[in-house]
Design a protein around this ligand. Structure first.
Ligand code: PSU
Ligand code: MN
Length: 305
């Protein structure tokens, strides 16, 4: 085994060894990003979509202190039912969770770390963390950005939510040398909506083009990852003003409730869902499916290079 703390499930290990396509999936989206039972249903469907599009899914988490690449349906159900009582695990949480034999739901950061340890280089999720609005005083900048700067994994997401300061998030990624790609778009998608008013660095239009860019990054010996932003399909996108009003209200409530640190993102996601009467959850689920399909096709294109 590559790492004494790592368990790669046999199907995933076999695919990686044979150079067949594998897609990593995160687990904070299951425990903290969506309510039960939609979280479990979504996570299982995402795995199915990855398979239908030609790759093996590897949902990642920490269970009993073991770093897991590839979960069983029972393990996914456990994380979904336990919800926010599972530790949301970012980079700084790994040492103590492992040493104490605890469970952890992996964020984009820790999913990238464990995927890389397991030899998986393409990862699909919903949204990444970024520079929060008001970061100039709170200094709340997600560790996801730093991980993208240093770990060679392609992360396919639906852009970043406007719970974040999108302009500052892009500046941070630029400083750290992370390419931000728009899939079929010149404009950064804003998760629930296809548009944000901000430009991406490059537009690429096929899984083959994404795979070629990622391959070039590897061949150049560059250390970081790549961020692919894939707009939510039109039919599932939300009204720009409705969602932005909901986000503004959610942020105002988080300030009033004194929410800070790692609780901020899950709090805002739950509030936005409450304010939009569940519409945001329906969109969230659809955009994850869309990203899973693109990631599987990109992993297949990468393996064919
Ligand atoms: N954005 C979402 N859904 C999520 C998250 C972000 O739309 O579930 C999760 C991801 O796991 C991401 C994490 O890595 O929140 C970022 O948290 P923080 O802002 O505390 O770094
Ligand atoms: Mn934070």
């Amino acid at each position: 085994m590559i790492n004494r703390y790592l368990d790669v499930n046999p199907e995933v290990a076999e695919a990686v060894a044979a150079g067949r396509p594998v897609v990593a999936l995160e687990s904070t989206i299951i425990s903290h990003g969506m309510p039960y039972p939609q979280n479990v249903e979504t996570a299982l469907n995402v795995e199915k979509i990855v398979r239908e599009n030609g790759a093996i899914p590897a949902t990642i988490a920490i269970l009993g202190g073991r770093l897991k690449a590839g979960l069983t349906a029972d393990e996914i159900t456990y994380l979904g039912k336990t919800g926010v009582n599972v530790t949301k695990a970012s980079r700084r949480d790994l040492p103590v969770l492992v040493a104490k034999g605890m469970d952890g739901a992996t964020t984009v950061t820790t999913t990238m770390i464990i995927a890389h340890m397991a030899g998986i280089n393409i990862f699909a999720t919903g949204g990444i963390g970024g520079v929060h609005r008001g970061a100039e005083t709170t200094m709340d900048i997600s560790a996801d950005l730093e991980e993208l700067a240093g770990t060679p994994v392609m992360v396919i997401c639906a852009g970043a939510k406007s719970i974040l300061d999108l302009g500052l998030t892009l500046e941070y990624l630029e400083t750290h040398g992370v390419p931000v790609i728009g899939y079929g778009t010149d404009e950064l998608p804003a998760f629930y909506t296809r548009k944000s008013g901000f430009s991406v660095d490059y537009r690429l239009d096929s899984p083959e083009e994404l795979a070629a860019a990622f391959k070039a990054q590897r061949d150049l010996g560059m250390k970081g990852g790549m961020l692919v932003t894939n707009p939510i399909p039109e039919e599932f996108s939300m009204d720009f003003h409705v969602i932005n009003r909901a986000i503004d209200d959610a942020i105002a409530e988080s300030v009033r409730d004194g929410i800070h640190g790692k609780a901020t993102t899950p709090y805002l996601l739950a509030k936005v869902k409450e304010i939009t009467g569940g519409d945001s959850l329906a969109s969230n689920i659809r955009l994850v499916y869309n990203n899973a399909a693109l990631a599987a096709r990109t992993a297949a294109a990468y393996c064919a290079l």
